[in-house]
Design a protein around this ligand. Sequence first.
Ligand code: FAD
Length: 545
Amino acid sequence: MAATYDAIVIGGGHNGLVAASYLARAGARTVVLESRHKTGGAATTESPWPDAPEFKVTRLSYVMSLMPPTIINDLKLASHGYRVYPMGPYYQAFPEGGSIKLYADDAKRNYESVARWSKKDAESMPAWDAWLAGLADVLGPMLLTAPPNIGSRKPRDLLGTLRLAWRHRGLNVRTIADVTRLMTMSIADLLDDWFESSQVKGALAVNGVIGTWAGPYEPGTAYVMAHHSIGDVGDGHLGNWGFPEGGMGAVADAIAAAARSFGVEIRPNSRVGRVLVENGRAIGVAMENGDEISAETIVTTLHPRTAFLEHVGETNLPADFAKDISTWKTRSGVVKINLALSELPNFTADPGTELAEHHTGSVEMAPSMEFTERAFLDAREGKPAARPFSDGVIPTAFDKTLCPEGTHIMSLFSQWVPSHWNLEPHTSELEAYADRMIELYDEVAPNFKAAILHRDIVGPYQMEQEYGLIGGNIFHGELSLEQLFHMRPAPGYADYRTPISGLYYGSSATHAGGGVCGIPGWQAARAALADRKVGRTARAPRAAG
Ligand SMILES: Cc1cc2nc3c(=O)[nH]c(=O)nc-3n(C[C@H](O)[C@H](O)[C@H](O)COP(=O)(O)OP(=O)(O)OC[C@H]3O[C@@H](n4cnc5c(N)ncnc54)[C@H](O)[C@@H]3O)c2cc1C
């Protein structure tokens, strides 16, 4: 063995960095092994244009909301440069004229904006917000709960299930019904129950399909909306999102600085090839270059296919677990388009290129649920969307660190291309897809196309090859109902432990992931530290229950 540590963390994405910070804070000599030249994973700020290095884009993920204050405070992230600007309203300009703004924190202005399209919807809005807040009270704390091994009759697991049931003893029939609806309905059916205007429903449906291989009419998308609506950026406004100064890479950099302050060694350009397993126990890793590193505790934060099937190997895994991981659903058909702009979009509905409120939040291209659904149906039929939808943002409305004065960065999170586009680059088709996306914005803001100085298109193939996001799924695995809570990443193994003792799992493919929330990394470190404390070296097979 070339080196020995107390703990090895595989993957220097934000979850790996969080896990390493907690392990080192508890006194473990910890190393992070990251294959890329830099840490951050999908939370990364980069300069994609070699001839214009002054422009920096938040290349994949683009907004913060879900990271709990516990992690932000424990790791003293503010002292390492973590700063988030709360976003402005959702904004959609309609091709047929007019626009809508939806505010996370201003009921009066929400009423005025929505009433232009439907007075009835404007009146429903406060009740909708209260309904969501009630659900967030139930679902929010669940995000910080390690799922129990439901179905197992072992005393420890039964206790976990009972504890969960006891915590929810206050729920009444109505709340249980609401949660059931949320977990089973499509976002379209849910919104149809609450609202009448296609403009309001189009805007509210976006959160139900972000990163999802499902259009708004697919069951389960109501939950995806809730997942994206229950965080806040520390300003106490539910569902509010924010732009980190310096882009999402700055969040990862702040966590890396925290990790170093606790003594973590971070090694970029260090690709792990295998986890070394002896008698069912992880004893170290073999790097792709052949070097070996040993440790008693290993936390892996990679996509589950890489972490288990590739690095541990099926022969070392229980057959049912290996089967669950090999059938893990990991599609999404996302294309990220990053633009450098010479000026802000000049919307016909709200004219002007001076910075205005409608530039400061989500600048959407999702004019109706039917529009968004059509984009999905195109992709499911095997074609890239003819008219893609986009969750657009202009972080430079606040953040002046990303580009020269007077210019702007715009990030378009768009969907969908066919789910198999992770297998080939599809370069020219992605260029044509981006042209169509840009054309749609140009229809509502006629200076848009001409304002583009540079563009960067990241499709599923590049996400898989360069960033390890297998299938191009942005969360290491779909947030579909059968992959949530005690099923994430596999039944019997949702407590951040794995079938291999000494090996813990803290990627976005565990409960509370995905998103840049750090909870999986925090939970994996907690599980590892708890086991170290009691000297637990082996675990009995879980799934047998
Ligand atoms: C286009 C896009 C948009 C998104 N938008 C948002 C958003 O706005 N807000 C939000 O909260 N979330 C967003 N997400 C989701 C979020 O970014 C991810 O869920 C999260 O960043 C994943 O973090 P992680 O640490 O679990 O994994 P990753 O970030 O994937 O980190 C894993 C790390 O492991 C490294 N690695 C891979 N293989 C090896 C190996 N063999 N050896 C060593 N290292 C290896 C990778 O290089 C990577 O750095 C988005 C994701 C994408 C792709």
